[in-house]
Design a protein around this ligand. Structure first.
Ligand SMILES: CC(C)(COP(=O)(O)OP(=O)(O)OC[C@H]1O[C@@H](n2cnc3c(N)ncnc32)[C@H](O)[C@@H]1OP(=O)(O)O)[C@@H](O)C(=O)NCCC(=O)NCCS
Length: 176
């Protein structure tokens, strides 16, 4: 189980408005408070679409989200500089089942930064990281009313199908 910070996965994403977001693997000790700040200030709709159910955000839950190992529990955060203060504005992550090589992927962009191209670029970069890390397949469950993410994942090559048993759309992307 890897715990060495993978600095080689640091990158910069340029948003549609020309602003830049620094993207790097989550650093639990450094990011805990800023991650809490991001998740606890999401709109109800964004929270609902991220978790497929409204999920009240507590420090205890954020602690759980900080539990990454850069191996089967991987998270990337996007950080912007707002008047000299760093703010986490997006979190993209996957959880890999090492037995199958399949990983569930999820992403959220804070409402203040949606529709700037950040989600598409961050998801695309997360796919690249997963591929380089040996993940065989990515999958996600998506609310049928979440037209934006359905558009984005299709654009990035996922196949999207209705999963009757789950009552949500299932998106899949083979990587190998
Ligand atoms: C979904 C999400 C990650 C997308 O990130 P984003 O930065 O807002 O998205 P982008 O700006 O990169 O791209 C949005 C795309 O959706 C399109 N779009 C927006 N609303 C749409 C709609 N109602 N129907 C179809 N497409 C739509 C935009 O035109 C754009 O596509 P384009 O670049 O081809 O023009 C972000 O909005 C979010 O965090 N939503 C809430 C959480 C969530 O849904 N997570 C996914 C499930 S895990």
């Amino acid at each position: 189980m890897s715990l060495v910070y993978p600095a080689h996965f640091e990158t910069v994403i340029k948003m549609r408005d020309g602003r830049e977001a620094f993207v790097r693997p989550l650093k639990p000790d450094v990011d805990r408070e800023k991650l809490f700040e991001m998740y606890s200030t999401l709109s109800k709709e964004t929270n609902y679409y991220r978790f497929l159910n409204y999920q009240p955000v507590t420090r205890w839950i954020v602690e759980h989200w900080c539990d990454v190992n850069y191996d089967d529990k991987m998270a990337l955060v996007a950080i912007v500089n707002e008047n000299g203060r760093e703010r986490i504005v997006a979190d993209s992550r996957y959880y890999l089942d090492k037995k199958t090589g399949e990983a569930e992927i999820a992403i959220v962009v804070h409402d203040d930064y949606q529709e700037k191209g950040l989600g598409t670029k961050l998801l695309s970069y997360t796919i690249e990281v997963a591929k380089k890390s040996g993940v065989k397949k990515l999958y996600a469950y998506l609310s049928p009313t979440n037209r934006r993410i359905i558009h984005v994942v299709k654009k990035l090559g996922f196949t999207v199908k209705w999963v009757y048993e789950v009552g949500e759309y299932g998106a899949e992307l083979p990587l190998q």
